[in-house]
Design a protein around this ligand. Structure first.
Ligand SMILES: Nc1ncnc2c1ncn2[C@@H]1O[C@H](COP(=O)(O)OP(=O)(O)OP(=O)(O)O)[C@@H](O)[C@H]1O
Ligand SMILES: [Mg+2]
Length: 335
């Protein structure tokens, strides 16, 4: 993997890709963001001879609605590649629209990966990228990209801490002099909160809700909490499992806070562990400069406040947290 700042191969890259568990963003040198859609593919006859049907927004609209012979597949699980065919087709789809603009039919690409992705996971990603028609795919650690995208001056001899709260991974990194000195990634992120909401309704209400409903509910709860309306009632659409009848039920938002607290507690533990690992000088740097939160799940209401309350260190969600890695990639290929 190439360290940031010494990425000679990536300087020649035409495009760069943030292939996330929930969203895929493609940036192109000279154009900026050219693709930003959900990381989802739909295939026909997936278990026999898979035939690509759709990806991105269109495939997302099939989630929970696809019936045989159609199958909706996510290329990544917990931040790393879990389905080769889906990864290849999504990468091909995400980079295809702009291919005609290049003189070469195989654009050179840089792709972000979790800092502690295994060798096998990296190799699988490179294979999928090559199969998708990308040339010389180079991998760069996502926390470095997120830090660059968030405008953290990581090249200085000063400790900086960043937490990338994605849908499938939560990654904390301590950086100085353009390199990662400590990183820890937990395979689990904002999606864990959605799963917790789904099981809350299944067990507590005998009510089945879909993944898309759970995500919308999560974002709605986040907004209510931010507005100080944590005691509101919320309407949820789903299926009454006893009668098999679709229904809309109304629940008090308060009963969902246990799941919320569990997710926040897990992220706080990751931060505490990282702080305990930081060398003393760097700890003081972090105390003075604060902790930066990136990734979509960083917008989970109360998360930054809780990290700040527990650690005593100023913690702030960066501007456009879902775009941090992509912005870092754009800077990388622009150099
Ligand atoms: N307002 C919000 N409150 C809480 N969570 C949110 C909000 N907006 C988006 N999210 C969550 O952010 C996550 C998507 O973030 P992001 O695009 O950074 O993840 P990703 O890069 O695809 O995943 P990963 O990096 O783990 O592979 C989803 O779980 C989504 O539900
Ligand atoms: Mg991400």
């Amino acid at each position: 993997m190439i360290p940031f700042g010494r990425a000679s191969r990536s300087k020649r890259a035409d495009i760069a890709i943030d292939l996330g568990t929930a969203n895929t963003i493609v940036v192109e040198r000279g154009s900026g963001v050219v693709f930003d859609e959900p990381s989802v593919c739909c295939f026909k006859a997936y278990d026999a001879v898979p035939e690509f049907v759709a990806a991105g927004f269109e495939a997302q609209s099939y989630v929970g609605r696809a019936v045989r012979p159609f199958k909706v597949v996510r290329p990544l699980r917990n931040g790393v590649l879990s389905d080769m065919a889906a990864a290849r087709e999504l990468l091909r789809f995400a980079t295809r629209a702009h291919r005609s603009a290049w003189r070469l039919s195989r654009p050179r690409a840089v792709i972000g990966v979790p800092a502690d992705a295994t060798e096998a996971e990296r190799r699988a990603l490179i294979t999928a990228a090559v199969d998708a028609g990308l040339a010389e795919p180079a991998l760069v650690a996502e926390p470095l990209l997120a830090a660059i995208g968030a405008d953290l001056p990581i090249d200085e001899p000063r400790g900086r801490m960043l937490i990338d709260c994605g849908a499938g991974t939560t990654e904390v990194a301590l950086m100085s002099l353009g390199a990662i000195c400590y990183s820890h990634s937990v395979r689990g992120g904002g999606e864990a909160l959605e799963r917790a909401l789904i099981s809350h309704f299944a067990l507590g209400h005998r009510f089945q809700i879909g993944v898309s409903t759970a995500e919308r509910l999560k974002v709605q709860l986040s907004e209510l909490l931010q507005l100080g309306r944590g005691a509101s009632l919320v309407e949820v659409r789903g299926l009454d499992t006893a009668s098999g009848i679709p229904k809309t039920i109304t629940v008090a938002a308060q009963e969902l806070w246990t799941a919320w607290e569990r997710y926040i507690g897990e992220v706080v533990t990751i931060v505490q562990t990282a702080l305990a690992e930081a060398p003393p000088e760097m700890s003081h740097d972090i105390l003075e400069d604060g902790i930066s939160l990136t990734g979509g799940a960083a917008m989970t209401a109360l998360l930054a406040d809780r990290i700040e309350a527990v650690s005593g260190i100023r913690s702030k969600v960066v501007d456009q947290p879902m775009r941090s890695v992509a912005t870092g990639l754009l800077q990388l290929i622009r150099e």
